[in-house]
Design a protein around this ligand. Structure first.
Ligand code: SF4
Length: 275
């Protein structure tokens, strides 16, 4: 009796996947083909804190924001959303919880001020995945929040928990924000779209718009990346500064020294020999 080969799964590209592919094809393979992250990723306070803040803000907006819940209830929401993993000790966790409480208070007050000026946008959804199908793959992206302003403009809102400053140029340079704008534009083709990053730590925000020409160029680049990923036969390492923060450095540098420049020279020399 023959064994049926499982059909290859359709490629689903997210901004995170695209970034991994652009950083290093081997990192992409370790993460998405071999699924090794669960063995190498260690929870850290930055990620854990960010996830707790995202959950608290999601609950706040889903509950109806300042028009439905009090400042104290919002603070309680943070406590309910809190995760304790990744902190060095109880003292560090306490300091971060205090920082979170401070952020929540400022966030609440800013929304009360906007409501007072009649400038509060309507939240259409929070933490939702959008997707768009192309011939050979799908582009997906998980939005923190999508608002609708009074004039009908749609605003993509992305939270960065530890960010203290952000500029329009930062938002414009963000691959994730451009992908979200592309996805929102596909879903709501007749609506103007604004993309905003909110730096929670600094109580700051910046917004940008992408032209239709920029969206066309991005779309072609994403299609090209999808073509490369579908056709790849060998996942090459990219020995580069990216190795310094890569969770798989233990695999690529088993002696523990991340000397990417030497490793790149050796690798390039070995590739020359292969030709
Ligand atoms: S350590 Fe460097 S070469 Fe190895 S997977 Fe990570 S980024 Fe790629």
């Amino acid at each position: 009796m023959g064994t049926k080969r499982a059909a290859p799964r359709r490629l689903r590209l997210s901004p995170t996947k695209i970034s991994a592919w652009l950083a290093c094809h081997l990192q992409y393979k370790f993460t998405y083909i071999d699924r090794l992250s669960r063995y190498y990723y260690k929870p850290n306070r930055g990620d854990t804190f960010g996830a707790s803040m995202h959950r608290a803000l999601q609950m706040f907006h889903e509950a109806g924001g300042v028009e439905s819940i009090t400042r104290e209830q919002f603070e309680e929401t943070l406590r309910l959303s809190w995760t304790s993993t990744g902190y060095k000790d109880a003292e560090e966790e306490k300091a971060y919880l205090e920082r979170g409480r401070h952020i929540v208070q400022k966030y609440y007050d800013a929304h009360v001020a906007s409501a007072g000026k009649g400038a509060l946008a309507r939240t259409l959804f929070t933490e939702k995945q959008l997707s768009h199908s192309y011939a050979d793959f799908s582009l997906i992206g998980r939005l923190d929040r999508l608002d609708e302003r009074e004039d009908g403009t749609l605003e993509i809102v992305d939270y960065k928990s530890n960010l203290t400053e952000v500029s329009e140029a930062d938002v414009h340079a963000s691959l994730a924000m451009a992908c979200y704008a592309l996805l929102v534009g596909k879903r709501y083709p007749d609506r103007p779209v604004v993309a905003s990053i909110v730096g929670l730590a600094g109580g700051c925000s910046a917004s940008t718009t992408f032209s239709s020409e920029e969206m066309d160029v991005l779309e072609e680049e994403i299609k090209e990346i999808a073509r490369q990923i579908i056709a790849v036969e060998e996942y090459e390492p990219n020995y580069s500064p990216a190795c310094l923060d890569c969770i798989f450095a233990r695999i690529c540098y088993p002696d523990g020294v991340v000397d990417w420049e030497s490793r790149r020279k050796e690798y390039e020399a070995s590739r020359e020999g292969a030709w």
